[in-house]
Design a protein around this ligand. Structure first.
Ligand SMILES: [Zn+2]
Length: 237
């Protein structure tokens, strides 16, 4: 009898934890691009039950290729980095095959210009330097009308709105991504948030995130937190 009560109590508490958003430990990866660190990290400081370690490249790629990666529930990429070894590339592919939760933000779509498979991971590519293809471009300080493309746990509670941030132009986007956010801004790439399936993972990409204004935009904060929580829950089902 006592065992039974204990069991019920255990099941009850674990379902409560799942509902309120289980505590999550993030690896937040930067490197290769400067940013306003205090404004950026204040977004994560506001997330209840979320802890993180900020790892700057090349250290992050070393950890990704090691057993230490298992200490993290979600990897949040905010790096813009080009150096990656063959074993580190394989570690990325292995993580995705294993169904690890990953969220890519903003200029992380510019990373690894010389690694063709990187577009298959993120779902899109900002072409910075390959002049044999259409080159991408950017513009800062733009009012960007955002349309919610899909009812989804990531977009839950967010209505169409206009945000102020940086646009990327002429990026390549894979045809089979699941659109979450779009914009009618004539210069921007048309999709600015999506889910890309790769291996056993569903990678989330959010294009916004240059800052600093966007770091206190309540809609962006909600999308970011819901991307992280959905990724964690979805990949640890
Ligand atoms: Zn930027």
């Amino acid at each position: 009898m006592r065992f039974c009560v204990l069991l019920i109590l255990l099941v009850f508490t674990s379902s409560l934890r799942a509902q309120s958003g289980e505590s999550l430990h993030l690896m937040i990866i930067s490197g290769g691009h400067s940013f306003n660190e205090s404004a950026f990290f204040s977004m994560f400081d506001q997330m209840e039950g979320v802890t993180y370690e900020h790892i700057v490249q090349p250290k992050a790629n070393e950890l990704i290729a090691s057993d230490e990666i298992s200490a993290f529930d979600v990897l949040v990429f905010y790096d813009m980095y080009d150096e990656i070894s063959a074993p580190q590339k394989q570690a990325y592919l292995d993580m995705l095959e294993a169904g690890r939760a990953m969220v890519f933000l903003h200029h992380s779509i510019v990373s690894y210009q010389k690694w063709p498979s990187f577009i298959d991971i993120v779902g899109g590519r900002y072409n910075q330097s390959d002049s044999s293809r259409i080159l991408s471009d950017y513009r800062h300080d733009v009012d960007i009308p955002i349309h919610i493309e899909k009812d989804h746990p990531i977009t839950d509670g967010v209505e169409d709105w206009t945000m102020f941030d940086e646009i990327y132009m002429r990026c390549e986007i894979k045809d089979d991504v699941i659109p979450l956010l779009s914009t009618t801004h004539p210069e921007s790439m048309p999709l600015v948030g999506w889910i890309n399936h790769f291996g056993s993972s569903d990678v989330v990409y959010l294009q916004a995130g240059h800052g600093v204004g966007i770091f206190s935009d309540s809609n962006f904060l909600k999308l970011l937190e819901q991307s992280i929580r959905w990724s964690a829950a979805h990949h640890n089902e």
